[in-house]
Design a binder for this molecule. Structure first.
Ligand SMILES: Cc1ncc(COP(=O)(O)O)c(C=O)c1O
Length: 372
C-alpha cells in the first residue's frame, strides 16, 4: 500500500495555525467546552464529573450509540460503530476492498474518499459534476459501472462544491447499485447542514441494505476537536470486520470525547441551529460579494453543506494565487489543486463568523492586484 500525501491536510498543516484568516474551512467555528457542558442535564454532568478514564468499549460507549440510534431507521446498537471519521473510512476500504475490485468515487472530493481505495490497488473511476452547475447525474454514474465494481463512494452535502441531491435522485442511485449488487459508502459528514431548498436526505443506511453511512461531530455540530465519527449499516458483517481491524489502530475511543459527544447528540439543536443560521447568513454575504465582483469570481451557491467551489478569473493557477495571498494578506484559501482538480477554483467555507471581515480584505486584495 502506497498512500500519496493528503494534499488538503498537508496544506492546512502549513497554514491553519499561522494564517490570520481562514476563508476555506469546511467546519463551523468550534464550540467551547463550556458551551457543551452548559447544555448538559444534571445526569449528563454527573456522568462527565464521575467519568473514569479507563478503556471504553471498542464499538463505542453504548450510551453514545444509544444517542446516535434515533437518527437512523431500524438501527440497533450493533449496527453502529464509533471511531474517528478518517479511521472509519480507512478501515472500511481496507476490509471491503481488494486489488481485484473496481471502485467509483465522487470527484472532486476529500482525498481519502478515493486515495485509500486507489492505494489498495483498486481500479478507479470518478463520477464528475457538470462544472456549470455542480450537478451530478446518476446516468453518468451508471455508465461507469464495470463487472467488478464493488463500491460506489458518494458525499452529499458535497465538499467542496456544495452539491446536493433530491431524495428521488438518491433512490435512483440506490436502484442502480442494487441492480449490480454494489455497496454504497455515503460520507454524510455534512448531514443536516441544509439551508437550501432541498430537504435533508435520508442516510443511505435507511434506504439501502448495502449502504454504509458515515457521520460525525466535526461539521454539523462544530465539534471537530472531539474526533468522533460513526458508521451505521444494516450489514453487520462489514462492521464486525472493521471492529477486528480497529484493534490494531485506536482500539477504543477517547472516553471524555464520548461523553461530550453524547451530550452534543442529545441536544443537537443547541449546536446545529446557530450553525445553520451562520451558514445561511454567510452565503448571503458571499452572494453580495460575488455580485459586486463579477469580474473576479463566479459563484454557484451551495445547495447544502458549508462550502462552495468558487471560480476565480485569474491569470495564474489557483495554487499560485493561494500561496501569494496567504503570504501577503494572511488570508488562507484552499486551491483546486488540493482536490486534484483542474481549473482556477478555491474552496470557500461559510461556517465561520469572521467571514464578512475576511471578504473585505479579500476584495481589497483582488482589486489591488488583479485587473477587472
Ligand atoms: C467529506 C469529508 N469527509 C470526512 C472528513 C473528515 O472529517 P474529520 O475532520 O472529522 O476527520 C472531512 C473533513 O473535512 C470531509 O470534508
Amino acid at each position: 500500500m502506497q498512500l500519496k500525501d493528503f494534499k488538503l491536510e498537508r496544506y492546512f498543516g502549513i497554514h491553519e495555525f499561522t494564517a490570520k484568516y481562514l476563508l476555506s474551512s469546511s467546519d463551523c467555528d468550534g464550540y467551547t467546552m463550556q458551551d457543551v457542558l452548559n447544555t448538559a442535564t444534571v445526569d449528563e454532568l454527573e456522568r462527565w464529573n464521575k467519568l473514569q478514564l479507563g478503556y471504553t468499549e471498542s464499538e463505542g460507549n453504548p450510551l453514545l450509540r444509544q444517542a446516535i440510534r434515533p437518527f437512523y431507521k431500524n438501527a440497533d446498537l450493533d449496527n453502529i460503530l464509533v471511531a474517528s471519521p478518517g479511521e472509519l473510512n480507512f478501515v472500511l476500504m481496507n476490509t471491503l476492498l481488494t486489488a481485484n475490485d473496481h471502485v467509483i468515487a465522487i470527484a472532486p472530493s476529500y482525498q481519502s474518499l478515493h486515495e485509500v481505495a486507489r492505494s489498495i490497488g483498486c481500479a478507479m473511476s470518478y463520477w464528475l459534476p457538470d462544472e456549470q452547475t455542480w450537478e451530478y447525474e446518476p446516468e453518468q454514474l451508471e455508465c461507469l459501472i464495470q463487472e467488478n465494481t464493488k463500491l460506489i463512494i458518494i458525499n452529499f452535502p458535497h465538499n467542496p462544491t456544495g452539491a446536493y441531491l433530491s431524495e428521488a435522485v438518491l433512490l435512483r442511485i440506490v436502484e442502480i447499485a442494487r441492480t449490480h449488487g454494489i455497496y454504497i459508502f455515503s460520507d454524510e459528514m455534512y448531514h443536516k447542514l441544509t439551508v437550501g431548498e432541498l430537504p435533508t436526505l435520508p442516510p443511505i443506511q435507511d434506504v439501502y441494505e448495502k449502504g454504509i453511512s458515515l457521520w460525525g461531530t466535526s461539521k454539523t455540530f462544530g465539534l471537530a476537536g472531539l474526533r468522533t465519527g460513526w458508521l451505521v449499516t444494516q450489514d453487520k458483517t462489514v462492521l464486525r470486520k472493521i471492529l477486528a481491524f480497529k484493534d490494531y489502530l485506536s482500539i477504543c475511543n477517547s472516553a471524555p470525547s464520548e461523553i461530550l459527544s453524547i451530550i452534543a447528540l442529545n441536544h443537537i439543536e443547541q449546536f446545529l441551529d446557530p450553525n445553520l443560521e451562520k451558514i445561511k447568513r454567510n452565503i448571503q454575504y458571499f452572494q453580495e460579494f460575488a455580485d459586486a465582483h463579477t469580474d473576479y469570481v463566479r459563484f454557484i451557491p451551495p445547495k447544502a453543506g458549508s462550502t462552495a467551489f468558487v471560480e476565480l478569473h485569474i491569470p495564474e493557477t489557483s495554487l499560485v494565487f493561494s500561496d501569494k495571498m496567504v503570504a501577503e494578506t494572511g488570508i488562507m484559501t484552499v486551491p483546486a489543486e488540493m482536490f486534484g482538480f483542474d481549473g482556477t477554483y478555491i474552496r470557500v467555507g461559510f461556517g465561520r463568523a469572521i467571514l464578512p471581515e475576511i471578504l473585505e480584505r479579500f476584495s481589497d486584495y483582488l482589486k489591488t492586484n488583479y485587473t477587472a
